[in-house]
Design a protein. Structure first.
Ligand SMILES: [Ca+2]
Ligand SMILES: [Ca+2]
Ligand SMILES: [Ca+2]
Length: 282
Protein backbone atom coordinates (compact mmCIF):
# COMPACT_ATOMS: atom_id res chain seq x y z
CA UNK A 1 0.00 0.00 0.00
CA UNK A 2 2.74 2.36 0.90
CA UNK A 3 4.23 1.76 -2.55
CA UNK A 4 1.01 2.86 -4.22
CA UNK A 5 0.64 5.75 -1.83
CA UNK A 6 3.87 7.16 -3.22
CA UNK A 7 2.87 6.84 -6.89
CA UNK A 8 1.42 10.34 -7.30
CA UNK A 9 4.60 11.98 -6.02
CA UNK A 10 6.78 9.74 -8.25
CA UNK A 11 4.70 10.69 -11.28
CA UNK A 12 4.80 14.33 -10.22
CA UNK A 13 8.61 14.38 -9.86
CA UNK A 14 9.07 12.53 -13.14
CA UNK A 15 6.84 15.07 -14.84
CA UNK A 16 8.77 17.97 -13.30
CA UNK A 17 12.08 16.41 -14.32
CA UNK A 18 10.88 16.12 -17.90
CA UNK A 19 9.91 19.79 -17.85
CA UNK A 20 13.34 20.79 -16.55
CA UNK A 21 15.19 18.62 -19.10
CA UNK A 22 12.99 19.92 -21.88
CA UNK A 23 13.43 23.56 -20.95
CA UNK A 24 17.22 23.25 -20.66
CA UNK A 25 17.60 21.58 -24.04
CA UNK A 26 18.66 23.85 -26.86
CA UNK A 27 15.84 25.10 -28.97
CA UNK A 28 16.00 23.66 -32.46
CA UNK A 29 17.38 26.15 -34.96
CA UNK A 30 14.81 27.17 -37.56
CA UNK A 31 16.40 29.13 -40.41
CA UNK A 32 14.59 31.99 -42.03
CA UNK A 33 14.19 32.04 -45.81
CA UNK A 34 15.16 35.07 -47.86
CA UNK A 35 14.62 35.37 -51.59
CA UNK A 36 16.90 36.08 -54.49
CA UNK A 37 14.63 37.27 -57.29
CA UNK A 38 15.38 36.64 -60.94
CA UNK A 39 16.49 39.78 -62.74
CA UNK A 40 14.47 40.44 -65.90
CA UNK A 41 17.31 42.72 -67.01
CA UNK A 42 20.80 42.67 -65.51
CA UNK A 43 21.81 45.62 -63.35
CA UNK A 44 24.63 47.84 -64.51
CA UNK A 45 27.47 47.25 -62.06
CA UNK A 46 28.28 50.88 -61.38
CA UNK A 47 27.63 51.37 -57.66
CA UNK A 48 24.33 53.11 -58.33
CA UNK A 49 21.24 51.19 -57.33
CA UNK A 50 18.76 52.69 -59.79
CA UNK A 51 18.45 49.47 -61.78
CA UNK A 52 14.98 47.94 -62.09
CA UNK A 53 15.96 44.75 -60.28
CA UNK A 54 16.78 46.65 -57.10
CA UNK A 55 13.22 48.03 -57.00
CA UNK A 56 11.79 44.50 -56.88
CA UNK A 57 14.39 42.52 -54.92
CA UNK A 58 13.46 42.13 -51.24
CA UNK A 59 15.54 44.27 -48.88
CA UNK A 60 17.23 42.62 -45.91
CA UNK A 61 17.88 45.40 -43.44
CA UNK A 62 17.50 43.86 -39.99
CA UNK A 63 21.06 43.34 -38.85
CA UNK A 64 22.19 42.40 -35.35
CA UNK A 65 25.10 43.27 -33.11
CA UNK A 66 27.61 40.45 -33.43
CA UNK A 67 27.11 37.52 -31.02
CA UNK A 68 24.39 39.46 -29.17
CA UNK A 69 21.58 37.00 -29.78
CA UNK A 70 19.34 39.67 -31.27
CA UNK A 71 20.36 43.19 -30.24
CA UNK A 72 19.96 45.62 -33.14
CA UNK A 73 23.09 46.63 -35.01
CA UNK A 74 24.40 50.13 -34.38
CA UNK A 75 24.66 51.15 -38.03
CA UNK A 76 22.06 50.74 -40.76
CA UNK A 77 22.86 48.11 -43.36
CA UNK A 78 20.81 46.65 -46.20
CA UNK A 79 21.42 43.80 -48.59
CA UNK A 80 19.64 42.60 -51.72
CA UNK A 81 20.26 39.53 -53.82
CA UNK A 82 19.13 38.74 -57.36
CA UNK A 83 20.15 36.33 -60.09
CA UNK A 84 19.79 35.32 -63.73
CA UNK A 85 21.26 32.49 -65.77
CA UNK A 86 24.70 34.07 -65.70
CA UNK A 87 25.23 35.86 -62.40
CA UNK A 88 24.44 36.27 -58.76
CA UNK A 89 23.84 40.00 -58.20
CA UNK A 90 24.41 41.76 -54.89
CA UNK A 91 23.57 45.25 -53.63
CA UNK A 92 24.70 46.50 -50.22
CA UNK A 93 24.14 49.88 -48.58
CA UNK A 94 26.03 50.78 -45.41
CA UNK A 95 25.45 53.87 -43.30
CA UNK A 96 28.88 54.89 -41.99
CA UNK A 97 29.90 58.07 -40.20
CA UNK A 98 33.61 57.37 -40.68
CA UNK A 99 34.56 55.38 -43.77
CA UNK A 100 37.89 53.63 -43.22
CA UNK A 101 39.10 51.07 -45.81
CA UNK A 102 41.77 48.57 -44.73
CA UNK A 103 44.09 49.95 -47.39
CA UNK A 104 44.06 53.33 -45.60
CA UNK A 105 44.16 52.35 -41.92
CA UNK A 106 45.98 48.99 -42.01
CA UNK A 107 47.91 49.03 -45.28
CA UNK A 108 46.03 45.94 -46.43
CA UNK A 109 45.26 46.55 -50.07
CA UNK A 110 44.24 44.66 -53.17
CA UNK A 111 42.91 41.23 -54.07
CA UNK A 112 42.36 38.86 -51.14
CA UNK A 113 43.93 41.22 -48.61
CA UNK A 114 42.79 41.28 -44.96
CA UNK A 115 40.01 43.68 -45.78
CA UNK A 116 38.34 43.08 -42.39
CA UNK A 117 41.04 45.25 -40.85
CA UNK A 118 38.99 48.11 -42.25
CA UNK A 119 35.35 48.70 -43.11
CA UNK A 120 34.08 45.70 -44.97
CA UNK A 121 30.86 44.01 -46.05
CA UNK A 122 31.01 40.23 -46.27
CA UNK A 123 28.86 37.54 -47.87
CA UNK A 124 29.07 33.88 -46.94
CA UNK A 125 27.27 31.29 -49.05
CA UNK A 126 27.01 27.56 -48.73
CA UNK A 127 25.39 25.65 -51.55
CA UNK A 128 23.97 22.96 -49.28
CA UNK A 129 23.74 22.18 -45.59
CA UNK A 130 25.11 18.75 -46.54
CA UNK A 131 28.26 20.05 -48.24
CA UNK A 132 31.29 21.04 -46.16
CA UNK A 133 32.49 23.69 -48.59
CA UNK A 134 31.44 27.30 -48.52
CA UNK A 135 32.42 30.62 -50.10
CA UNK A 136 33.37 33.99 -48.67
CA UNK A 137 33.30 37.33 -50.48
CA UNK A 138 34.34 40.69 -49.08
CA UNK A 139 34.09 44.21 -50.45
CA UNK A 140 35.78 47.31 -49.08
CA UNK A 141 35.03 51.00 -49.63
CA UNK A 142 38.21 51.00 -51.72
CA UNK A 143 37.29 50.15 -55.32
CA UNK A 144 40.61 48.31 -55.79
CA UNK A 145 39.97 45.77 -53.05
CA UNK A 146 37.96 42.57 -53.18
CA UNK A 147 38.23 39.22 -51.47
CA UNK A 148 36.97 35.89 -52.75
CA UNK A 149 37.67 32.50 -51.27
CA UNK A 150 36.36 28.98 -51.25
CA UNK A 151 36.91 26.89 -48.15
CA UNK A 152 36.41 23.16 -48.49
CA UNK A 153 36.04 22.83 -44.75
CA UNK A 154 35.68 25.27 -41.87
CA UNK A 155 39.32 25.03 -40.98
CA UNK A 156 39.97 27.21 -44.00
CA UNK A 157 40.70 24.16 -46.11
CA UNK A 158 42.14 24.79 -49.54
CA UNK A 159 41.80 26.33 -52.06
CA UNK A 160 41.06 29.28 -49.72
CA UNK A 161 41.95 32.73 -51.02
CA UNK A 162 43.84 31.30 -54.00
CA UNK A 163 40.39 30.61 -55.42
CA UNK A 164 39.39 33.50 -57.68
CA UNK A 165 36.33 34.12 -59.76
CA UNK A 166 35.62 36.76 -62.38
CA UNK A 167 33.73 38.87 -59.91
CA UNK A 168 32.59 42.33 -61.02
CA UNK A 169 32.04 45.06 -58.47
CA UNK A 170 31.67 48.80 -58.10
CA UNK A 171 31.79 50.95 -54.98
CA UNK A 172 30.20 54.33 -54.42
CA UNK A 173 31.43 56.31 -51.41
CA UNK A 174 29.33 59.12 -49.99
CA UNK A 175 32.02 60.79 -47.90
CA UNK A 176 35.79 60.58 -47.59
CA UNK A 177 37.93 57.48 -47.08
CA UNK A 178 41.04 59.21 -45.73
CA UNK A 179 39.72 61.84 -43.32
CA UNK A 180 38.63 60.70 -39.84
CA UNK A 181 37.67 64.23 -38.78
CA UNK A 182 34.74 64.77 -41.10
CA UNK A 183 31.28 63.21 -41.06
CA UNK A 184 30.62 60.61 -43.75
CA UNK A 185 27.24 59.27 -44.86
CA UNK A 186 27.93 55.76 -46.10
CA UNK A 187 28.95 53.55 -48.97
CA UNK A 188 27.35 51.29 -51.56
CA UNK A 189 28.55 48.10 -53.20
CA UNK A 190 27.06 46.57 -56.34
CA UNK A 191 28.49 43.29 -57.57
CA UNK A 192 28.00 40.35 -59.94
CA UNK A 193 29.48 36.91 -59.30
CA UNK A 194 29.45 34.37 -62.17
CA UNK A 195 27.22 31.42 -61.35
CA UNK A 196 29.74 29.21 -63.11
CA UNK A 197 31.63 29.36 -59.82
CA UNK A 198 28.97 27.21 -58.16
CA UNK A 199 27.02 24.02 -58.66
CA UNK A 200 24.12 24.60 -61.10
CA UNK A 201 20.99 26.21 -59.68
CA UNK A 202 17.41 26.44 -60.92
CA UNK A 203 14.27 28.21 -59.74
CA UNK A 204 13.54 26.86 -56.29
CA UNK A 205 17.14 25.99 -55.45
CA UNK A 206 18.21 26.93 -51.93
CA UNK A 207 21.57 27.90 -50.52
CA UNK A 208 22.37 28.99 -47.02
CA UNK A 209 24.03 32.33 -46.38
CA UNK A 210 24.73 35.25 -44.14
CA UNK A 211 25.90 38.83 -44.53
CA UNK A 212 28.30 40.37 -42.02
CA UNK A 213 30.09 43.63 -41.54
CA UNK A 214 32.95 45.37 -39.75
CA UNK A 215 32.45 49.08 -39.16
CA UNK A 216 35.53 50.95 -37.91
CA UNK A 217 35.17 54.43 -36.47
CA UNK A 218 36.87 56.84 -34.15
CA UNK A 219 34.32 57.13 -31.36
CA UNK A 220 35.91 57.15 -27.92
CA UNK A 221 36.27 53.75 -26.31
CA UNK A 222 35.79 51.62 -29.41
CA UNK A 223 37.25 51.51 -32.83
CA UNK A 224 35.11 48.90 -34.48
CA UNK A 225 31.74 47.23 -34.29
CA UNK A 226 30.70 43.99 -35.89
CA UNK A 227 27.24 43.13 -37.11
CA UNK A 228 25.54 40.25 -38.81
CA UNK A 229 22.30 39.27 -40.51
CA UNK A 230 22.37 36.19 -38.27
CA UNK A 231 21.15 37.01 -34.74
CA UNK A 232 22.32 33.82 -33.05
CA UNK A 233 20.76 32.27 -29.95
CA UNK A 234 20.66 34.56 -26.87
CA UNK A 235 20.62 31.52 -24.55
CA UNK A 236 23.99 30.22 -25.74
CA UNK A 237 27.51 31.48 -25.04
CA UNK A 238 28.58 33.86 -27.82
CA UNK A 239 25.01 33.46 -29.09
CA UNK A 240 25.99 30.08 -30.53
CA UNK A 241 28.25 31.77 -33.08
CA UNK A 242 31.33 29.97 -31.79
CA UNK A 243 33.00 30.03 -35.21
CA UNK A 244 32.23 33.70 -35.73
CA UNK A 245 30.94 34.67 -39.15
CA UNK A 246 31.87 31.13 -40.25
CA UNK A 247 29.22 29.44 -38.06
CA UNK A 248 27.37 28.12 -41.06
CA UNK A 249 25.03 25.93 -39.01
CA UNK A 250 23.09 29.10 -38.17
CA UNK A 251 22.97 30.55 -41.67
CA UNK A 252 19.57 31.33 -43.15
CA UNK A 253 18.19 30.01 -46.44
CA UNK A 254 18.53 31.87 -49.72
CA UNK A 255 15.86 30.73 -52.15
CA UNK A 256 16.24 31.34 -55.88
CA UNK A 257 12.85 32.73 -56.84
CA UNK A 258 11.40 33.32 -60.32
CA UNK A 259 10.86 36.74 -61.84
CA UNK A 260 8.62 38.93 -59.70
CA UNK A 261 5.12 39.44 -61.07
CA UNK A 262 4.87 42.53 -63.24
CA UNK A 263 1.47 43.97 -62.32
CA UNK A 264 1.68 46.56 -65.09
CA UNK A 265 1.94 43.84 -67.74
CA UNK A 266 -0.85 41.82 -66.10
CA UNK A 267 -3.13 44.88 -65.97
CA UNK A 268 -2.44 45.71 -69.64
CA UNK A 269 -3.24 42.11 -70.64
CA UNK A 270 -6.53 42.22 -68.70
CA UNK A 271 -7.52 45.51 -70.36
CA UNK A 272 -6.77 44.09 -73.80
CA UNK A 273 -8.81 40.97 -73.01
CA UNK A 274 -11.82 43.03 -71.89
CA UNK A 275 -11.57 45.36 -74.90
CA UNK A 276 -11.55 42.41 -77.32
CA UNK A 277 -14.56 40.90 -75.61
CA UNK A 278 -16.48 44.16 -75.78
CA UNK A 279 -15.59 44.62 -79.49
CA UNK A 280 -16.83 41.10 -80.26
CA UNK A 281 -20.02 41.86 -78.37
CA UNK A 282 -20.84 44.97 -80.50
CA1 LIG B 1 23.66 49.83 -60.95
CA1 LIG C 1 40.72 34.91 -54.11
CA1 LIG D 1 33.41 52.95 -40.71
Amino acid sequence: MRHFDRMPSVVCWTFLALIVVGSSAQAEFVPRTFQAVMATSPPVIDGTLDDSVWTSAPVMNEFFAYQSGGDPAAAATSAQVAWDEQFLYLAFEMADVDIRPSCVIANRCGRDAQLYLGDVIELFVRESRDLPRYFEFEWSPDQNDVFDARFDDRKFGPPGTSWNTDIQWAVHVNGSTDDATDQDAGWIVESAIPLSAFDPITVGSEWTFTVARYDYFNAAGRTEQLMMLTPGDPDLPRAGLASGFHTYELYDNLKFAPEPLNFGVILAAMVMFLLRRSVRGC
